[in-house]
Design a protein around this ligand. Structure first.
Ligand code: ADP
Ligand code: MG
Length: 322
């Protein structure tokens, strides 16, 4: 099967909302009047971002999910995406599974594939998403203010727990492993919550590299600091809630520096607590308040007794030491 047959067979589908999709030199997008285009891109490389053995359907889902998560963090409504693929060889069953996982999530969010590029090479997947947001209303990293609450959606740390199980550093009961693996391989982007938080959250980011590191980006961009309560860790790790016994330091490490969570971390004034809770309820997304924004720069951590502790959780850095 040649390049063009491959595209036609697996990735060319009629577009509904975009004026022009796959097949020409450019795709055409038509954001509604008064809307700004929100654009984000993520590159997934085999061995670096996913295991070679991962189910292709889950990989198709995740390649788009991690991008939709960025739109969610900006409060943008997904419109369209492009897909660039480097493939070592054409394996039809693999491509069919990949496309199935990809399009199932795309359809669930009304986000259509409008173009891409396909080449032979070591397996790598690049998705670029386009979303729309009313002009001036995008949620940014730079809006956190002293006194704001720090919130996170859903649960944190379970994806990293699954990765550790794959690496053999922890052993998990089968059900716990399957649930954690689902979080690692099939994250659900918090698009509905992101949209509901427009006009409520003062700043937002999606947690892809660990809460401490990603919140650090918000703090630096906003010129503020924060204190986080470590005591909230066991309630944030789904595996701990379901009864798994782990050393407290490990739970803290997973929750604050795990990575691959694709939850939203956001800030909002204390006066908006009811509005946050109602946005969470309307979108059926659990949220937990985990800390407070302060004027003094840096991230401070409090233990269960409310005492400051000296520990640091670095975020993941592809060119860093670890
Ligand atoms: P060009 O020569 O302009 O790069 P290509 O021959 O690479 O165009 O691609 C032909 C068409 O197929 C273009 O519209 C392109 O956007 C689309 N396309 C290529 N690869 C993919 C893919 N993996 N998924 C979706 N569309 C693709
Ligand atoms: Mg091309």
């Amino acid at each position: 099967m040649g390049e063009f047959e491959l595209i036609a067979r697996f990735f060319e589908r009629p577009v509904r909302r975009s004026p022009l999709g796959v097949g020409d030199d450019c795709a055409l997008l038509q954001p509604a009047l008064g809307m700004q285009l929100a654009v984000s891109t993520d590159l997934l490389v085999e061995g670096r971002h996913f295991l070679s053995t991962v189910d292709p359907q889950r990989l198709g889902h995740k390649a788009l999910a991690v991008n939709l998560s960025d739109l969610a963090a900006c409060g943008a409504q997904p419109l369209a995406f492009t897909l660039s693929l480097a493939l070592p060889h054409v394996e039809e069953a693999w491509l069919a599974g990949f496309a199935q996982g990809l399009f199932a999530l795309a359809d669930a969010h009304g986000c259509e594939l409008v173009g891409g590029d396909t080449t032979r090479g070591p397996l790598a997947i690049n998705v670029t998403v386009f979303g729309e947001v009313p002009a001036g209303q995008a949620l940014l990293r730079s809006g956190a203010r002293p006194g704001d609450d720090v919130w996170v959606s859903g649960s944190l740390g379970d994806a990293r727990l699954a990765l550790e199980a794959f690496r053999g550093t922890v052993s998990l009961p089968q059900e716990v492993f399957e649930a954690a693996r689902q979080r690692l391989e099939r994250p659900e982007p918090r698009v509905a919550l992101g949209l509901a938080l427009r006009g409520i959250a003062s700043a937002a980011i999606d947690v892809s590299d660990g809460l401490a590191g990603d919140l650090g980006h918000v703090l630096r961009r906003s010129g503020v600091g924060a204190t986080l309560a470590l005591a909230s860790a066991p309630q944030l790790l789904a595996a701990a809630r379901s009864g798994l016994q782990l050393a407290p330091q490990m739970v803290e490490q997973l929750v604050f520096a795990g990575g691959d969570d694709y939850e939203l971390a956001f800030t909002a004034p204390a006066s908006a607590r009811d509005a946050v809770q109602s946005a969470a309820q309307r979108t059926a997304t659990p949220v937990t308040q985990v800390g407070r924004i302060e004027a003094a720069p840096g991230l401070r951590l409090l233990d269960a007794a409310g005492q400051p502790i000296a520990r640091s959780f670095g975020g993941f850095d592809h060119f860093g030491a670890s």
